[in-house]
Ligand binder design. Structure first.
Ligand code: GAL
Length: 441
């Protein structure tokens, strides 16, 4: 994989924030409004199944995945869907299982993937996927998918994935009733100092301030990633991935200190909980705030919680003005057992109707720029505004910003840091890992 090409893509994404206004707002389209595309070919003999591989197993994730299946069934009613899921948020367990299958020549038809390094480095470069550039033309996706995101899924002029939605990674969720009853108010934004002040008030009242569910280490790595964005800002954060910001930077070390201080306010059972169990604990009043991508929104919706009544949100402390991109795409496997049905699946995902059904349940915003905002509630409209106006930066914890070996090194360094809180060791580990991955100074 060309590292330069991805950096270029990431730079483009960053610039998008300046260049695009109303990116997620309704726009003209050549696709029929609100309609799922018609299936173009009847299933060939033996092509009446579809195996979809993902890590969408939490309540909210599974409900959203079901909506994609329903859209697909509209194109291919008789096709049997094999729902191949591997539990473990962030794909922490799924990606290893998938690699084993791919290496063994036993690919599922299609699987979940993040744009950027994860897609290009782990699946395109080794030749595990076929391009779907022709679908972009036939489905008119070239007119409605943000170019900066498509660039992160393109190699040598061929496009390899279509996005179901775009998550905002730097969400900070809270139990509104719990905060109200403790006299804590949250404004449009929250600074790091405001968080610590709220945390002290809550702690004094016997409430656990911060909910974390890091039985998968990625969840606390994400707390760090969001804190990093909040402390050093989007420009310096984006610079980490092209080497213009060093992991030894004073701002990076300050973010590490603050992350360590935040951990002092987390629930004592954090390492026993998954990310969604931590959200559940928040809903039940067992803790107040949770730093998580907006797949957390899917859990609130699935539990019939109401925006701004039961739960609220703000950007992770200090990170307002930045949008941490965690986009979910699907691919067409090379030698897919059921290629025609896989193409129908990808058509369903990329359709306006599919995106308008899936994203309200998942918490992400549609990747398509022509989605009808009226079909989305307060949170989604807020996130669409953020996507249109804010600096778009890639998540490393969710595979887009850096190669897999760096992602692993980050998880390892976080695992050590939560125990020893040694900022210099944390910083040195990341400096070394960035050099080893070819982008650090
Ligand atoms: C992310 C993925 C989201 C959500 C989350 C938690 O990597 O992009 O869709 O599934 O993990 O599992």
């Amino acid at each position: 994989m060309s590292y330069k090409r991805i950096v270029l893509g990431l730079a483009l994404i960053f610039v998008l924030a300046v260049a695009l206004t109303g990116c997620a707002a309704p726009a003209a389209t050549t696709a029929p409004a609100g309609e799922a595309p018609a299936a173009t070919e009847a299933p060939a003999a033996g092509d009446d199944k579809l195996e979809v591989f993902s890590w969408w197993t939490s309540g909210g994730e599974a409900a959203a995945l079901d909506s994609l299946f329903a859209t697909f069934k509209g194109l291919s009613a008789s096709t049997e869907i094999i729902n191949a899921t591997v539990a473990g948020g962030g794909g922490s367990a799924a990606r290893g299982v998938l690699q084993t299958r791919l290496a063994g020549g036993d690919p599922p038809d299609t699987w979940q993937v993040h744009p950027g390094f994860e897609l290009l480095g782990q699946y395109v470069d080794p030749g595990y996927v076929d391009p779907i550039t022709d679908l972009y033309a036939s489905e008119n996706w070239n007119d409605v998918m943000p170019q900066g995101l498509v660039d992160l899924m393109t190699k040598d002029g061929e496009i390899y994935s279509v996005l179901a939605g775009v998550h905002r990674g730097n969400g900070f969720w809270y139990n509104k009733k719990l905060l109200d009853s403790n006299g804590v108010t949250v404004g449009e934004t929250m600074s790091v100092d405001e968080f610590f002040a709220a945390a002290e008030t809550l702690k004094a009242a016997g409430v656990t301030p911060l909910c974390v569910g890091d039985n998968g280490i990625w969840a606390t790595a994400q707390l760090f990633e969001n804190t990093l964005l909040g402390v050093i800002g989007p420009e310096k954060y984006a610079g980490l991935w092209d080497g213009s910001t060093s992991f030894a930077d004073a701002g990076v070390k300050e973010a590490m200190e603050i992350y360590g201080q935040m951990l002092d306010y987390q629930n004592s059972d954090h390492s026993a909980l998954s990310w969604d169990q931590a959200v559940k604990k928040l809903m039940e009043g067992g803790c107040a705030f949770n730093s998580m991508g907006d797949w957390a929104y899917g859990e609130f919706v699935n539990a019939q919680q109401k925006d701004n009544e039961d739960f609220g949100w703000v950007s992770h402390p200090g990170s307002a003005g930045g949008f941490m991109i965690v986009a979910d795409g699907f691919v067409l496997a090379k030698n897919a057992p059921h290629p025609e049905q896989t193409k129908n699946w990808l058509r369903a995902i990329g359709s306006k109707a599919g995106q308008e059904a899936f994203n309200p349940l998942k918490g992400s915003i549609p990747a398509r720029t022509d989605a009808d905002r009226a079909k989305f509630g307060p949170y989604h409209n807020w996130s669409m505004d953020s996507f249109a106006a804010d600096a778009l930066v890639p998540s490393v914890v969710h595979g887009s910003a850096a190669p897999a070996d760096f992602q692993q090194a980050l998880n390892d360094a976080v695992t050590s840091f939560v125990v020893d809180k040694n900022v210099d060791a944390f910083s040195n580990a990341l400096v070394t890992a960035a050099k080893a991955s070819g982008f650090g100074q």
